[in-house]
Design a protein around this ligand. Structure first.
Ligand code: SF4
Length: 251
């Protein structure tokens, strides 16, 4: 039986293979099942400690740099942890500023992952403003493929997904096995409300994107993000001209 961070983790030996590289799919699936059961009502800090202890160097945090709450949470649970940022080339300057502050002030290793094509190369190959015509293709080139490439180095990754962000995220589990990616997805603040996020930011003085003060409820690439109106859900300003609600990173 394995005990990690004060948790009795049952029958699966979750820690042994980490140093030897990538775990088998079956081992990761078992770890996800066990984590989901153990941690479904656990505080975010405990989920972060479990993920760090379970996956070791084969674990990273992904951050959109809307705020740095999850990066900060893991800087405490797993100092030096990799934080993957998808640098699409179409971010607001305010977003890049949060990334740079995180890199300078937190005990994490920020990795900015770029698409295979610059925006100019994409314009040349697919025509200008692909985001306005075929946003799924643009998101694939600038977000989905780069994430797949970045995650090749890991068995598990953490996100800042929260159930209260939108109806499409209402059933987000704290730990789950992603069948498509063959990796364990950890969502330590899935159960948090906006008020929980605000309290954490205030308590730890966590960097936050300045655009939140300017009427934005959720922040992505500048061409596909608008301010939200009173009463709208926070993600209503993303791809507002399309039916699209997700970039494809979380499906
Ligand atoms: Fe392209 Fe918009 Fe997706 Fe950014 S959010 S990758 S600009 S479609």
């Amino acid at each position: 039986m394995t005990v990690v961070a004060g948790l009795n983790l049952g029958l699966v030996d979750l820690t042994a293979p980490v140093a030897e590289g990538r775990r088998s799919r079956a081992s990761l699936e078992a770890a996800a099942l066990e984590g989901a059961e153990l941690l479904k009502d656990a505080p975010a800090e405990e989920i972060a400690r479990w993920a760090a202890a379970t996956f070791g160097d084969r674990f990273c945090v992904t951050s959109s740099m809307a705020d740095a709450v999850v990066a900060h949470l893991f800087s405490r649970a797993a100092p030096g942890v990799d934080v993957v940022f998808l640098d699409t080339g179409l971010h607001f300057p305010e977003t890049l500023k949060v990334r740079d502050i995180v890199a300078k002030t937190m005990d994490v290793n920020v990795r900015s992952i770029r698409p295979r094509m610059t925006v100019g190369q994409q314009d040349g190959e697919y025509g200008p403003r692909l985001f306005a015509n075929r946003p799924d293709e643009c998101c694939f080139i600038r977000k989905v493929e780069p994430l797949e490439r970045a995650l090749a180095d890991y068995d598990s990754w953490a996100t800042g997904l929260r159930r209260d962000e939108s109806p499409t995220r209402a059933n987000t589990p704290v730990v789950a096995f992603d069948q498509k990616k063959g990796k364990v997805k950890v969502n330590p603040i899935a159960a948090w409300t906006q008020s929980d996020v605000d309290s954490y930011i205030a308590r730890w003085n966590v960097p936050v994107n300045e655009l939140f003060k300017k009427g934005y409820g959720s922040i992505g690439c500048w061409p596909c993000t608008r301010r939200t109106k009173a009463g709208e859900d926070p993600r209503a300003g993303r791809w507002a001209m399309f039916e699209k609600t997700e970039c494809g990173l979380h499906v």
